[in-house]
Design a protein around this ligand. Structure first.
Ligand SMILES: Cc1ncc(COP(=O)(O)O)c(C=O)c1O
Length: 375
């Protein structure tokens, strides 16, 4: 190859460039977990379960320690069978991943490219924007009505370029949900080639008769996917395990592009044991059923507005500047909650339902904060 002087100059100075769109991404900032003081905090910032994982899941995790030199089963066969048996699904249409994050990313990677659009809601889960931009596609935001998904607003934003709609139901960080009838209306209003991704990370917490996580629509349509996680009610966030229930053609696509061993053996073992321990899952759901309304009601008694939530967290609204001041106040009491300015909610904080003592501590601290704010 014969290089000119200008080629040589370019080679000396040019830096590698990522694909268009990547530099528009604001990196995801997870809920904080440490205090500057080094004190052990009450951590209510990442919607983790206060009950921890099932002891049976921990035992299953430990039981894999003797074989860490072995690759895991790349097809996650036993885990697929366990999920299929638990929910009455077709195992061939399940795809597992390193958290539902990975599955959402793979879906974006497979179905989005330059020139395409993907829709999500105004205060939808932050990852959606990241994975859309990563693949060179254009994020399209559908406004919500009173912090709730507005199906009409999503449908209005569909164009011939729309390829995917990402919908967290219930949504994080609002905690609101839409009924199965509304989800069905969304599906019916979308063109057939648009993939509807129902992200049901908090499904196990929902206690509403009109809610359905997505299994029904995946079973009856060819263009709907549901994602689930072991990070929330099952308490296995550290292990990174999620699953998607897909039309066969979509499962086949994901299986072509996922890493051949994308789920670790300890995650598979713990996930199966966690799912089988239905008593533990039920205890976690009951705990939430007891403390979610308590937390919301006690915070409202302080004069703060709380968005009605069906998940394991509440969104609390403060006045101008109030959220940052409240966050600092809580931190000084070693309580970490989640700022949600990145979600377009700079005046709100998201607070995860914790243990009884965590919940009482956060309410007591907010009461003192409000007294101070009034005084
Ligand atoms: C709505 C929603 N979807 C997906 C996820 C990702 O979960 P995972 O830990 O399975 O990657 C989260 C995590 O906070 C979430 O809130």
């Amino acid at each position: 190859m014969c290089l000119t002087h200008s080629d040589q100059a370019l080679m000396a100075t040019a830096a590698p460039q990522p694909r268009p769109g990547i530099l528009k991404i604001e990196p995801y900032v997870p809920g904080e977990s440490r205090l500057p003081t080094g004190l052990k905090p009450i951590k209510l910032s990442s919607n983790e379960t206060p009950l921890g994982p099932s002891p049976k899941a921990v035992a299953a995790f430990k039981s894999t320690a003797g074989e860490l030199e072995r690759y895991p089963d790349g097809a996650s066969t036993a885990l697929h069978a366990a999920i299929a048996a638990r929910y009455g699904l077709n195992a061939k249409r399940i795809v597992c991943g390193a958290g539902s994050d990975e599955l959402l990313s793979l879906l974006a990677h497979a179905y989005l490219g330059a020139g395409d659009e993907a829709i999500f809601t105004e205060h939808g889960f932050l990852l959606y924007r990241i994975i859309i931009l990563t693949n060179g596609a254009t994020p399209v935001v559908a406004p919500e009505t009173e912090l709730r998904t507005d199906v009409g607003a999503i449908l209005k934003r569909v164009s011939e370029r729309t390829k995917v709609v990402f919908l967290a139901n219930p949504n994080n960080p609002t905690g609101t949900y839409i009924s199965f009838d509304e989800v069905r209306a969304l599906r019916e209003g979308l063109p057939g080639h648009v993939l509807l991704v129902l992200d049901a990370a908090y499904a196990e917490y929902v206690r509403r008769n009109d809610y359905e996580a997505g299994i029904e629509l995946v079973a009856t349509t060819t263009n709907t996917v549901m994602t689930r996680t072991f990070s929330k009610i099952h308490g296995l966030a550290a292990l990174r395990l999620g699953w998607a229930y897909c039309p066969q053609a979509v499962a086949d696509v994901l299986n072509r592009i996922r890493g051949p061993f994308n789920v670790s053996a300890p995650a598979m073992a713990a996930g199966m044991a966690a799912m089988e321990d239905t008593e533990h899952v039920e205890a976690a759901a009951k705990h939430n059923e007891r403390w979610l309304p308590w937390l919301a009601a006690e915070i409202e008694k302080l004069g703060l507005k709380v968005t009605p939530s069906v998940a394991n967290f509440v969104l609390v609204h403060f006045g101008e500047e109030g959220a940052a001041a409240a966050d600092d106040f809580l931190k000084a009491r070693a309580i970490i909650v989640r700022r949600v300015g990145a979600y377009g909610l700079p005046h709100a904080l998201r607070i995860t339902v914790g243990t009884e003592s965590d919940n009482r501590a956060v309410v007591a601290a907010l009461a003192d904060f409000c007294k101070g704010a009034v005084a």
